[in-house]
Design a protein around this ligand. Structure first.
Ligand code: RNT
Ligand code: ZN
Length: 418
C-alpha cells in the first residue's frame, strides 16, 4: 500500500487551514511517552506475592500475564515494536529483581536490584522512570504508610522513599537521561475521620525527610500524585489535590495529575494550563476513569484529545512528562499497552494538526460562530492518512495490521504461561 499518496492529499487539505503536517509528524516523533510496566502483570511486581492493595484494583483473568522479569521484558519489547517512536519505561519499586531466593525489603531496596532493567533500557536506548511502591505490602498498616501515627511504619516508608531516590538517581546517571520519580501513597480512611489535619502533617514531615536524600536535581525530577479517594478509602485521602499543590509550591517537587483522580466533572485538560502558570513543570498519568478511578485502557475520547491539545497549545511538551497509568486484566495485556499508547499518540497528532493560533484569535475576537464551525469541521479532516504515514515511516504496522502479531504472540508465547 502506498501511504504517501494519501498523505500528500491530506497534506494539502491541512495546508488550507495553515497546518504543516510534516512539522507535526516530526514533532510527534520526538514526544516520549512513559510506558508503565505494570499493565503487563496486573500490578503484581516481583518482590512479594501478596494481594494488590491501596484502593486500586485490576479486574479480569485474561491468560498469559507476565510472571517473571524475563516475561515482562519480552512483553514490553513486543508492545514497543508496535508503537511508533522511542519512549521510556516506567518502573515501580516492586519490580526489583533479586538473586534466586532473595527477599527484597522495600526499605533497603538498592540500585543493584534494578541492574537488569538498566541493561534492558540501555540496549534499547530507552529512558527509565521510577515509583516507590507504597502499597501491596505487609508494612502498609490500616491503609497507612507515610502518614501513619505508628513511627515504625512511617519510618519504614520514609526509608523506602529515600532508597527509591537513590535508585532514580542511578537510573538518570546510568542512562544519562532524566528520571521522573513519582510518589503516590494510598493513605486514607474509609469513614469520616476525627482528625484530618494530623495525617497530612505527618505526610508532609515524611516527604521532607525523604527529600533530605541528596540527588541530582537536574536529572531526577520528583513528582507527587494526588487522589480524591480509593476503594476502602472513600471518605478521606491524605494526599489530596490541595495537599499536592501546596507541597509542590513550597518544594522542588512537581505536581502529578492523574485524570482518574478527580471528581467526575473536573477535567485535567482544564487544570494543565492553570498549573503551568504556577509550576515549572507538571507531570501526567493518562488513564481512563469509568465511573471511578478504574484505570481502563486509554481510548481516543474527547478528554484524552483535550489533554493533548492543552499540551500542544500551551507549548508545554517539554514541561509536562507524559506517563500512562491503566491496567486491564480482561484483555490481552500487550494489546492494552499498544491500544492505549497509540491512542494517546493519535490524540497528540490531532492536537499538532490543529491551527491553534487561528482559533485562539477567533476567541479573542469573539468570533465564536466561526470557531465552533472550524472546531467541528476539523473533526473530519484526514488525520488517519497522516497517522498511517507516520506509522509506516517509523517502521511499525499500519492501522489494525499490528494485531496479527499480537495474536501470534498470544498463540506462541502467552498460551504457554500456565
Ligand atoms: C493509583 C495511582 C498510581 C498507581 C500506580 C500503579 O491510584 O494512580 O499512580 O496507579 O502507581
Ligand atoms: Zn496514577
Amino acid at each position: 500500500m502506498n501511504y504517501s499518496e494519501r498523505y500528500n492529499e491530506a497534506k494539502e487539505i491541512y495546508r488550507s487551514v495553515g497546518v504543516d503536517t510534516d512539522a507535526a509528524i516530526e514533532k510527534l516523533k520526538q514526544i516520549k511517552i512513559s510506558l508503565h510496566c505494570w499493565q503487563g502483570d496486573d500490578v503484581n511486581g516481583f518482590d512479594n506475592d501478596g494481594p494488590l492493595t491501596g484502593g486500586i484494583s485490576v479486574t479480569g483473568n485474561y491468560p498469559g500475564k507476565a510472571r517473571t522479569p524475563e516475561e515482562l521484558m519480552a512483553d514490553i519489547d513486543k508492545a514497543l515494536s508496535l508503537i511508533p517512536g522511542k519512549h521510556k519505561i516506567n518502573l515501580h519499586a516492586s519490580y526489583a529483581i533479586g538473586e534466586p531466593g532473595e527477599v527484597i525489603e522495600r526499605d533497603s531496596v538498592k540500585p543493584a536490584h534494578f541492574k537488569k532493567w538498566v541493561e534492558f533500557a540501555k540496549q534499547r536506548g530507552l529512558g527509565l522512570d521510577f515509583n516507590p511502591t507504597f502499597f501491596s505490602h505487609p508494612m502498609v498498616k490500616d491503609n497507612l504508610t507515610l502518614s501513619s501515627p505508628d513511627e515504625d511504619v512511617r519510618k519504614y516508608w520514609v526509608r523506602h522513599g529515600q532508597a527509591c531516590i537513590r535508585i532514580a538517581d542511578y537510573f538518570a546517571s546510568e542512562l544519562n537521561s532524566p528520571c521522573l520519580m513519582n510518589i503516590w501513597i494510598p493513605d486514607g480512611y474509609k469513614d469520616i475521620p476525627a482528625d484530618r489535619f494530623s495525617p497530612r502533617a505527618r505526610f508532609k514531615k515524611s516527604l521532607d525527610e525523604i527529600l533530605e536524600t541528596p540527588y541530582d536535581k537536574e536529572k531526577v525530577i520528583i513528582s507527587l500524585e494526588s487522589k480524591v479517594w480509593g476503594m476502602g478509602l472513600e471518605s478521606y485521602t491524605v494526599g489530596s489535590a490541595e495537599f499536592v499543590m501546596g507541597y509542590a509550591a513550597h518544594s522542588d517537587v512537581i505536581p502529578l495529575l492523574d485524570n482518574g483522580h478527580y471528581h467526575p466533572t473536573e477535567t485535567v485538560s482544564d487544570k494543565i494550563p492553570t498549573m503551568l502558570l504556577f509550576y515549572d513543570r507538571a507531570a501526567l498519568h493518562v488513564t481512563r476513569p469509568v465511573r471511578w478511578d478504574s484505570d481502563h485502557v486509554v481510548r481516543l475520547d474527547d478528554e484524552t484529545k483535550e489533554i493533548a491539545k492543552e499540551l500542544v497549545r500551551c507549548d508545554a511538551l517539554e514541561r509536562v512528562p507524559i506517563g500512562l497509568d491503566f491496567f486491564d486484566g480482561s484483555i490481552n495485556r500487550i494489546a492494552a499497552w499498544v491500544i492505549g499508547t497509540r491512542n494517546f499518540q493519535k490524540a497528540l497528532l490531532e492536537a499538532l494538526l490543529a491551527p491553534h493560533e487561528k482559533m485562539a484569535a477567533m476567541q479573542r475576537e469573539n468570533d465564536f460562530t466561526r470557531l465552533m464551525m472550524l472546531q467541528e469541521e476539523l473533526k473530519t479532516y484526514p488525520i488517519g492518512a497522516v497517522w498511517d504515514f507516520f506509522c509506516a515511516e517509523n517502521g511499525v504496522p499500519v492501522r489494525e495490521e499490528w494485531y496479527d502479531s499480537v495474536e501470534e504472540y498470544e498463540q506462541t508465547v502467552l498460551k504457554n504461561r500456565r
